[in-house]
Design a protein around this ligand. Sequence first.
Ligand SMILES: [Zn+2]
Ligand SMILES: [Zn+2]
Length: 310
Amino acid sequence: MCGSHAANGTAIDHHHDPVTGRRVDQSVRHPLSRRAFLGGMGKGVAAMAVVTPMFLAACSSDDDSQSGQVSSSTTSDPTSAPDTTGASPTTTSQARSTTTASTETTASAEPAAAGLEPVTWARANLGFVSAYVLVRGNTAAIVDTGVSGSANAIGETLATLGLNYSDVAHVILTHNHADHAGSIDAVLGEAINATAYAGEADLGPLPSDIVGLVGGEDIFGFEMLPTPGHTAGHMAVIDHQAGLLVAGDAIFSEGGVPIEGPSQFFSDVPQSRDSIRVMAALTYNTLLISHGEPIESGADAAVATLAASF
Ligand SMILES: [Zn+2]
Ligand SMILES: [Zn+2]
């Protein structure tokens, strides 16, 4: 019962991805023009952690319904140069070598300086919660896996982008709640080339083969952003170059406006507000949210307004 927001029946209309030429199902698309440079942020190797299995804390739901509705958008940055980073921070990554993800090295280059292929994102609207697929070239990262039983719907979202689970190099869990990690085993069973990650402090109830994150890691050109408060190990995902922030449950939305989630589902509300203040100080246009609609324009200013309301 983490999310109080009703499923959104986002209409699907068809367009062609200007980058790949593939047809994608989209609700909205727009190029992201804002760019921000990540000054001095660590791009270090992710901390490794191996923890015992078992599952799942609060913010869960027994709602296994899955609409399978998807929407997507291209976050094109026309000035982007070809990807030269996109490296996995792990030494155990099984991700394939592709033109868009050089998976053999630790991240060292500055993404903004080196340039990355534009990101295309797609939303798997799973009912009261959403998962997201982020794509560069022909390689995908999945952020969150929905409740148990969501793997097929996420696979359908990949298909709208012309991809399948074998194209998934990374599965990032924003946190360990059952409406986000509920299908992790099923997703990893399909995404056999993928490495999975979650915040180190959230690893306890998760499967043992998930790599712990402390924040600052670069995965696939995305910076892992520690955003504790909803859970202790909550991670948001930001692409500074594309101006795209995936906030998980650190920010909800309602009526196109970012809001705080219900406090009863947060482990530490003051800490969560600090995390929102951190996100309010960053630059991005698009905000992808787990409970509520994505905000696809001027999202940073809207989050700043939220932070100023505390
Ligand atoms: Zn949630
Ligand atoms: Zn949650």
